[in-house]
Design a binder for this molecule. Structure first.
Ligand code: ATP
Ligand code: MG
Length: 441
């Protein structure tokens, strides 16, 4: 059985107190008493009664003032107050109700009526409390549901964006691939043919060192010696150039991995390199920022089972943030300070144990201020200017690594020194994890 409700009775007349206490005790309540308004207030604050029966006419502060003070105090404001008034005094009743009282009883008391009114008010109070709690619970549930909907909308938009980017990249790579391949293939023949021409020319010059005047003049005018040397050099650099384009195309295809939406055992270093390729323009020296040194400390890694496209997306977010942090740090440093401590990103990979590998990406940029460190994985949290950052990069990367790959994403940052992100992922996905992953996707 629940504890009986405590009723605080406030009256300056001892005889009234006695009658009321008896009636309430008989009605199954616990009773506390106070003989004036001030005592009533301090008692109410202390024992928090379920209801207060308050006499209007009292010396010092009367019932109205007592009620006003009870209602003004956060601790006591919700305790229902029933006034006790003289039978005929209707103005008192109205004043009391206006001050926040829930009901009144008239003296002399009808015991049954008193108990009935007290019970009704207590019932109402319990119902209100229940209702408030239910409303609070529902509001919390709805807020959570709203957050979830927002989160999935964002993810949907982001994954559509990435899919579109992937498709674009894959499309461009495909279109460039064919012409580059035939240029590259034909260059070999062109080189051969050029060599044939040059050999032939030399042979001709050997046996006819003094040709007719017109030929001599023409040879001087076109600077034949230079052209011969330069043609070979140009062909060599064209070969290097097309080879480079082929590498870029390969990286673009590797980055998008559009054809590989499934789990696959891949070379993690290939993923890192193709992501670096996409970000290369941001690593080079520009008029407004110096070059960012890249240091690779790659361990020998086994093929790792992952979603290559998603993992590359996480790598790209982390690397882009490192570049942003370095650029931001540069704006706060002098030329000399930058020269003494140049921009640097170190990428380390290692095998942690037979089950997992780690990729660490460390920059010596601005670092993350301590008070925002716990917020960087929150969706929409950004410290970048409007239009630059969406604040989604880290929350998506976190989800990709922890939920999609059953891995861990941690970081260590020291403001003014730099930040290191550590991605740990399993080499093999366990059967349980795989089925969990399939149900998540
Ligand atoms: N390497 C880092 N150095 C310093 N601060 C960082 C680093 N990585 C993340 N942060 C902080 O974490 C915040 C959140 O990063 P997140 O990638 O989620 O969003 P963003 O980079 O601001 O925007 P975007 O959605 O375009 O990536 C950043 O605004 C930045 O304050
Ligand atoms: Mg970012």
């Amino acid at each position: 059985m629940s504890n009986p409700d405590l009723i605080l009775v406030v009256d300056d007349t001892p005889a009234n107190l006695e009658v009321l206490s008896e009636a309430l005790t008989d009605g199954g309540f616990e009773v506390a008493i106070a003989t004036d308004g001030e005592l009533a207030i301090s008692q109410a604050q202390l024992c928090l009664p379920s209801l207060i029966l308050l006499d209007v006419m009292m010396p010092c502060i009367d019932g109205f003032e007592t009620c006003r003070r009870l209602k003004a105090d956060k601790i006591t404001q919700d305790i229902p107050v029933i006034f006790m008034t003289a039978l005929a005094d209707s103005t008192d009743k109205i004043k009391g109700l206006n001050l926040g009282a829930v009901d009144y009883v008239t003296k002399p008391f009808q015991e049954a009526e008193l108990i009935a009114r007290v019970k009704t008010q207590l019932k109402l109070r319990h119902l209100t409390q229940n209702l408030e709690q239910q409303v609070a619970e529902r509001t919390e549930e709805l807020t959570k549901a709203l957050q979830q909907v927002q989160q999935s909308q964002i993810q949907l938009v982001q994954s559509e964006k990435m899919a579109a980017l992937g498709q674009l990249v894959a499309g461009i790579a495909h279109e460039i691939n064919n012409p580059v391949n035939f240029i590259h293939g034909n260059l070999k023949h062109l080189e051969e043919y050029t060599q044939i021409f040059l050999d032939f020319l030399q042979l001709y010059q050997k046996y006819y060192p003094n040709p007719v005047e017109e030929i001599q003049e023409q040879a001087e005018e076109v600077d034949l010696e230079f052209v011969q040397e330069d043609a070979v050099k140009m062909l060599t650099s064209m070969k290097i150039g097309t080879e480079r384009i082929r590498q870029i195309v390969l990286s673009l295809r590797n980055f998008s991995r559009i054809d590989e939406a499934d789990f696959k055992a891949v070379d993690i270093h290939e993923g890192i390199e193709s992501t670096l390729m996409i970000l290369q323009h941001r690593l080079k020296a520009k008029s407004e920022s110096p070059e960012i040194q890249l240091i690779r400390e790659y361990d020998k890694l086994p093929p790792v089972e992952c979603y290559p496209g998603l993992l590359n997306q996480a790598l790209m977010n982390i690397l882009a943030n490192a570049i942003d942090a370095l650029e931001e740090f540069n704006t706060k440093r002098t030329y000399q300070q930058i020269e003494d401590n140049p921009n640097r990103i170190i990428i380390r990979t290692s095998v942690i144990n037979s089950q997992s590998i780690e990729i660490s990406i460390a920059d010596n940029g601005s670092g993350i201020p301590e008070h925002i460190q716990k917020r960087i994985f929150d969706p929409f949290f950004t410290t970048k200017p409007i239009g630059k950052g969406t604040g989604m990069g880290m929350s998506i990367s976190y989800q990709i690594i922890t939920e999609k790959h059953g891995g861990k994403l941690k970081f260590y940052s020291q403001p003014g020194q730099g930040t290191e992100f550590m991605i740990q992922i399993p080499i093999y996905q366990s059967i349980e994890n795989l089925s969990l992953l399939i149900s998540c996707t």
